[in-house]
Design a protein around this ligand. Structure first.
Ligand SMILES: *Cc1c(COP(=O)(O)O)cnc(C)c1O
Length: 422
């Protein structure tokens, strides 16, 4: 099927084309539960694969270091205007290559090497780039970390305040990669104000929920909003930095020439299309459905006796603690993969196991929601997960193969955006 879908690619490089075709099949036939993944629309895919790729555009619209920008300037200006409108911000920079470089630009704009910065600890659900030790941000800066309360799995705002007032960090990051609960941006804002820190909301995971009105917005509370564009926001792989007017110059200078060269114009085009889609009523419905599905899936998992960090979810993401099942996260994740259910193993807060072999798995509902699955199917999804975890404990490969066939059969009636009908 993909020979006709990518004819030039098949003619030129059949080996590579066969890998792409296999990936298309994989994404069509498996239940993709990795919460940072999604399916972009065919329109976003097309925009991201255009001849805009061929153009060098260092600088910003109207202020470039290369000629021939009459079309590129319009593309980038459109993406910027759409980002500002959708998120209600003064300023947007759509050039960061991805979420990690976007965050590096924030450091460049507001801190000097050696300065203290504060973020959520990686094993608690934070991101590497929030000052964690193995990241450049944790070796070039002095990272101090907050976490969640052991009893509730919720962010300990009293401890955040205490740490901020003791350490007076230059930058405070809120947001993370494994946070199943609503972030209280107002609480972080009052702490940052007291501590004299620049507050950054890294909403990489939840940007689509914010755009669709299914999570409160950090706009008006924080100095800078950092986000990827490819998670719940359902755009191409990229990132944006948004801020109040007072920080616009610092942010732009940090991205270019501070950190990057030419922007990826084909990605900018894809971001513009994704932002247009995210402003439509259908996207609002999608964002609320993502959350409704996650809550229904969490309920169904709890009913099957699973332990969930914080006891459930407010957003798109569920962190399952498999300690009581005697199946480590990695073993469960690999078994689920063989059963056609794609998740990632993940540390849980206060995990006694190692990050490369942790106690939990992280799942989420953006991808299945983009395919049109609804709350009515979440019981079935929970049942598959329970059966697969049980099969993992018994090394029952036949049971995993049965689940894989059942998953593919259900999904064949829910075509994924951007993929050929198989
Ligand atoms: C995904 C993510 C990032 C990093 O994005 P990349 O595009 O993978 O570099 C940064 N911060 C948070 C909170 C994320 O979830």
């Amino acid at each position: 099927m993909s020979a006709s879908r990518h004819p030039a690619l098949f003619a030129t490089d059949p080996e590579l084309a066969s890998f792409v075709a296999a990936e298309e099949n994989l994404q069509a036939e498996t239940l993709r539960l990795i919460p940072s993944e999604n399916y972009v629309s065919a329109a976003v895919l097309e925009a991201s694969g255009t001849v805009l790729q061929n153009k060098y555009s260092e600088g910003y619209p109207g202020r470039r270091y290369y000629e021939g920008q009459q079309n590129i300037d319009k593309v980038e200006a459109l993406a910027v205007e759409r980002a500002k409108g959708l998120f209600g911000v003064d300023h947007a920079n759509v050039q960061p290559y991805s979420g990690s470089p976007a965050n590096l630009a924030v450091y460049l704009a507001f801190a000097e090497p050696g300065d203290t910065v504060m973020g959520m600890a990686l094993p608690m659900g934070g991101h590497l780039t929030h000052g964690w030790g193995v990241s450049a941000t944790g070796s070039w800066f002095r990272g101090v970390q907050y976490g969640v309360r052991p009893e509730t799995g919720l962010i300990d705002y009293d401890a955040v305040r205490e740490l901020a007032l003791t350490e007076r960090p230059k930058i405070i990051f809120c947001g993370g990669t494994a946070l199943p609960r609503t972030i209280d941006f107002a609480a972080f804002a009052s702490i940052a104000e007291e501590a004299g820190s620049v507050l950054v909301a890294d909403v990489a995971h939840i940007a689509g929920l914010i755009a669709g009105g299914a999570h409160p917005s950090p706009a008006g509370h924080v100095d800078v909003i950092s986000t990827t564009t490819h998670k719940t926001l359902r755009g191409p792989r990229g990132a944006m930095l948004m801020c109040r007017e007072e920080h616009a110059k610092a942010i732009d200078k940090a991205v270019f020439p501070g950190l990057q060269g030419g922007p990826h114009n084909q990605t900018t085009a894809g971001i513009a299309v994704a932002l247009h889609e995210a402003a439509q009523p259908a996207f609002t419905a999608y964002a609320h459905a993502v959350v409704a599905n996650a809550k229904a899936l969490a309920e169904a998992l709890l009913a099957r006796g699973f332990d969930l960090v914080s006891g459930g979810t407010d957003n798109h993401l569920i962190l399952m603690d498999l300690t009581s099942r005697d199946v480590p996260g990695k073993v469960a994740a690999k078994a689920l993969d063989r059963a056609g259910i794609v998740v990632n193993y993940n540390t849980v807060p206060f995990d006694p196991r190692k990050p490369f072999d942790p106690s939990g798995i992280r799942i989420g509902t953006p991808s299945l929601t983009s395919r049109g699955l609804g709350v009515g199917q979440m019981g079935q999804v929970a049942e598959w997960i329970a059966r697969a975890v049980e099969a993992a404990a018994k090394s029952d490969e036949a049971a995993l193969a049965t689940i894989r066939a059942e998953v593919a059969s259900l999904l064949s009636t829910y075509p994924a955006p951007g993929l050929p009908l198989s």
